[in-house]
Design a protein around this ligand. Structure first.
Ligand SMILES: [Zn+2]
Ligand SMILES: [Zn+2]
Length: 110
């Protein structure tokens, strides 16, 4: 019997899921935010990579209080008619859609 049983730590979760938890499209490389699904005041640390545009939509649609009370799961968020409309809309956009605001070569010249 092996004693060495691997118990994954909570904060050791693999970040291999490259799909946006809100809209389900690939995350891509640019314009990625992190959303605290459970606000810090409760538990804290769970952060999920999410499209910047999707993240903005969440916070534009719900207040902190609403997020805390009712919309602390992706299922709940996706079940909201507003969000559903958004997901349908954004599904037709290219993954890097938010990338309109590219910061072009903004190197500091000395
Ligand atoms: Zn998204
Ligand atoms: Zn957030």
């Amino acid at each position: 019997m092996a004693r060495h049983r691997y118990i994954p730590e909570l904060h050791d979760l693999p970040v291999t899921e490259d799909l946006c938890p809100l809209c389900g499209r690939p995350l891509g490389m640019a314009n990625i935010d992190r959303h605290h699904l459970i606000p810090k005041s409760l538990k804290g640390r769970e952060q999920f990579p999410i499209h910047k545009i999707c993240h903005r939509k969440i916070h534009a649609t719900f207040s902190e209080r609403e997020l805390l009370r009712a919309y602390h799961t992706w299922e709940a968020l996706q079940g909201n008619p507003d969000i559903q409309a958004f997901i349908e809309w954004v599904a037709k956009k290219p993954p890097g859609f938010y990338a309109r605001t590219f910061t072009s070569n903004n190197k500091k010249n000395r």
